[in-house]
Design a protein around this ligand. Structure first.
Ligand SMILES: NC(=O)c1ccc[n+]([C@@H]2O[C@H](COP(=O)([O-])OP(=O)(O)OC[C@H]3O[C@@H](n4cnc5c(N)ncnc54)[C@H](OP(=O)(O)O)[C@@H]3O)[C@@H](O)[C@H]2O)c1
Length: 335
């Protein structure tokens, strides 16, 4: 079988396609014949050695979907023929995040999914909604679970809330769909008017081009008649954090997800306390959240937005497409 490895972790040149034996499932494990994958911004960080301790030789990607071809001794949770995705942190099943969950993150701390066959623990997979294509289903494990955790679990989104989504990447556009599913009013920002058109087609009620209007927080206040938004899905990090605070209503929720502008920076702590802002640290989510989200996706018929699909042979081109940030939604791969 073929798989990709990051021979070094010094950038996209590290991505190497290699021939390996098909692995065999041990007790409690399953063998998955993968059919589709998706990329996340995190995969660029991993390839560049900027995400956790760099691990040369790592198989990249947290997000992959496939069909179980063989089960090891004692497996009863899933069966041969089930279409499943791996969960981002193999060690986070339910409840609060375990302190060492990051050590079990696919495509980073441990080998990931960009392989024609993968062996995972039977506990580390979920069945994916039947109506989704393989590429759509492969869009779920990182971006969608993160968006679900941020909006539903941590921020307790309710019908009538106003939700702000920053940019049109994978997390933000899936979060837009979940916000609409819950009856929210949505405001999407982007650097591109063409991408804002896509966001409107996905249900954005208001759009703001943050290049043309860098004080997008003012625009949010104008749209909400001065009240501020109930939730800002914070994917920017230090470069957008203070504007996100300014765009929120008193008591509003700020699920803190992204590092697009870096991982350190000055933060207006006084603004947080004066406005009683609830800042939630978000690190993807548990298997329980993934299952809960899948039920909502199945019931609603929602389809994650795929910007562009590449072949397994073209993984490097897919990474480069993500790196150019010309996409809106998810970048996927299929066999
Ligand atoms: N904490 C977690 O568990 C977790 C999980 C998933 C993702 N993340 C993080 O969340 C972020 C987004 O991930 P992703 O996979 O969705 O990325 P992505 O698909 O690569 O999206 C990138 C998009 O973000 C927008 N953007 C970039 N800089 C921006 C800025 N300063 N202000 C507003 N928007 C900006 C751009 O959209 P426009 O071109 O439309 O402006 C860009 O295309 C990343 O930092 C990622 O590491 C964290």
């Amino acid at each position: 079988m073929q798989r990709y490895e990051l021979a070094a972790v010094t950038g996209l040149d590290s991505l190497t396609r290699v021939e390996r034996d098909v692995p065999r499932p041990g007790p409690g494990q399953v063998l998955i014949r993968t059919t589709a994958w998706s990329l996340n911004y995190r995969d660029l960080l991993v390839a560049g050695g900027r995400y956790g301790p760099p691990r040369a030789g790592c198989v990249p990607l947290s997000d992959g979907v496939g069909v179980i071809e063989e089960v090891g001794a004692g497996v009863t949770r899933v069966a041969v023929g089930d279409r499943v995705a791996g969960i981002f942190m193999q060690g986070w099943i339910a409840g609060d995040i375990p302190g060492d969950a990051g050590n079990t993150a696919l495509g980073g701390a441990i080998d990931g999914m960009l392989s024609e066959y993968v062996v995972l623990s039977a506990e580390g997979v979920v069945k994916v909604p039947a109506h989704l294509t393989d590429a759509e289903a492969a869009s779920l494990p990182c971006a969608a679970v993160t968006a679900w955790n941020a909006l539903v679990r941590e921020s307790g989104i309710r019908a009538g809330d106003t939700v702000v989504l920053l940019g049109t990447g994978g997390v933000s556009l899936i979060a837009l769909q979940f916000a609409k599913l819950h009856g929210a009013t949505t405001i999407v920002t982007s650097s591109s008017d063409a991408k804002l058109d896509i966001a409107r087609r996905l249900g954005a009620d208001h759009t703001v081009n943050y290049r043309a209007q860098p004080d997008w927080d003012r625009a949010v206040l104008d749209i909400t008649n001065g009240r501020g938004a109930d939730i800002v899905v914070e994917v920017g990090g230090p470069g957008t954090f203070d504007k996100s605070l300014a765009a929120l209503r008193p008591g509003g929720h700020l699920p803190l997800i992204g590092v697009l502008t870096g991982v350190n920076g000055a933060v207006s702590t006084a603004a947080i306390l004066r406005k009683h802002i609830r800042v939630h640290g978000i690190y993807v989510g548990s298997r329980e959240m993934f299952d809960e989200m899948n039920r909502a996706i199945a019931a609603s018929g929602l389809r994650p937005p795929v910007d562009r699909n590449f072949g397994f042979d073209d993984a490097r081109a897919a990474y480069e497409h993500l790196e150019r940030a010309a996409h809106a939604g998810k970048v996927t791969l299929t066999r």
